[in-house]
Design a protein around this ligand. Structure first.
Ligand code: NAP
Ligand code: G4F
Length: 331
């Protein structure tokens, strides 16, 4: 039975990936941080087969301990401070976790595998790094692909660039089977409520049910290439099944503005003009914006045989329906 260790198991992608790997017969381990993480119960209830290990990406010895106890064939490094807006206010923390945390995990894998100077292979463990389309930032060409110049626009984006290049460096320096998935925005009913898509789907459900009358947002003109998280974790797994590590863009190839998302989401509850419900507030406008993202995933399609299944319209409908149900049930 193959085994995998997932950091960020409590997050959106961690949960979908754990489900996918369990369905494939993996022995799944997850790294969980904090002395009383409120999401522990969620993971234990949803995925009782997953074995949790205490640890933090900022603490190298805890990563070594988790690797020793889990003895994984594959490591998926999904843990991060992942909210871009938060990263300006917490730039040091973001750097410690989202940038240096990647180095800690890579170094832990290298030490765990007993790498010795002079040997050309770090060992059997395969490594996945959760890189991001935020690295493209002030985009230099469209659509963005694996060789597009990186121009990050936030402490989060800068940290992801560090992790991305460190992953490539460990592949080139130590022969580590390390892959970097440059994933464009992916969403689901499990998306954190701080991200714009979930903020909208929750608000639409509450407005429809008479529990809220206003939705306050920032920049409505930004464009994102939004896909479904359940499709994207499959690409992560496919990367680690290849003969060698590499970098892949994972995206739908379609872009939509926040206004488009509002149109679709309010449309789900029969509202054609959402302007009376939506207010803009500079509080939610970022110091530097990523205006336009759209990915070219031809390499993932050709090499991995991956393609997205869920369309933009289906994704929005799925999220609004789930929030309507959750709000009705009082979850
Ligand atoms: P998420 O829901 O925000 O999950 C982040 C995870 O990181 C949580 O499990 C969190 O644990 C964990 N974490 C935070 N600080 C940590 C630390 N110090 N040590 C260990 N774990 C820590 O993010 P996601 O949407 O699933 O994304 C997964 C990864 O993909 C992230 O690295 C993100 O930056 C990247 N990514 C996401 C997207 C996207 O559109 N979703 C696109 C590109 C890349 P707690 O529960 O303890 O906070
Ligand atoms: O939903 P967002 O916060 O996602 P963002 O910044 O694109 O980052 C997400 O995707 C990245 C991949 O490209 C990941 F790496 C990252 O971890 C995260 O998962 O914001 C999307 C857009 C932005 O342009 C933002 O300015 O929505 C705009 N927006 C407008 N009003 C808002 C709001 N975003 C949020 N979160 N809240 C608002 O009220």
């Amino acid at each position: 039975m193959p085994s995998a260790l997932i950091t960020g198991i409590t997050g959106q992608d961690g949960l979908y990936l754990a489900e996918l790997l369990l369905a494939k017969g993996y022995d799944v381990h997850g790294l969980i941080r904090g002395q009383n993480n409120p999401k522990r119960q969620l993971v234990e209830k949803l995925l009782p087969e997953v074995r949790l290990h205490n640890g933090d990406l900022t603490d190298l010895s805890s990563l070594l301990r988790a690797l020793r106890d889990a003895a994984p064939d594959e490591v998926y490094n999904l843990g991060a401070v992942s909210f871009v807006a938060y990263s300006w206010e917490n730039a040091h923390l973001t750097t410690d976790v989202t940038a240096k945390g990647v180095l800690n995990m890579l170094e832990a894998v290298r030490l765990h595998c007993g790498y010795r100077e002079g040997s050309d292979q770090v060992g059997g463990v395969r490594f996945y790094q959760a890189s991001s389309s935020e690295m493209f930032g002030k985009v230099q060409e469209s659509p963005q692909h694996e060789r597009t110049l990186l121009w990050p626009r936030s402490p989060y984006g800068v940290s992801k660039v560090f992790g991305h290049h460190m992953t490539i460096n460990y592949r080139e320096s130590y022969g580590l089977h390390a892959s970097s998935g440059i994933l464009f925005n992916h969403e689901s009913p499990r998306r954190g409520p701080e991200f714009v898509t979930r903020k909208i789907s929750q608000a639409v459900a509450r407005i429809h049910l008479g529990l809220q009358d206003q939705l306050v947002l920032g920049n409505l003109d930004a464009e994102r290439d939004w896909g479904f998280a359940g499709d994207y974790v499959e690409a992560m797994w496919l990367m680690l099944q290849q003969p060698a590590g590499d970098d892949y863009v994972v995206a739908t190839g379609e872009t939509h503005s926040i206004r488009d998302f509002l149109d679709e989401a309010f449309g789900q509850v029969g509202v054609t003009d959402w302007t009376p419900y939506v207010r803009q507030d500079p509080r939610f406008v970022r110091p530097a914006e990523v205006d336009h993202l759209v990915g070219d995933a031809s390499k993932a399609r050709e090499v991995l045989g991956w393609k997205p299944r869920v369309t933009f319209r289906e994704l929005v409908a799925m999220m609004v329906e789930a929030d309507l149900e959750a709000t009705r049930q009082g979850w």
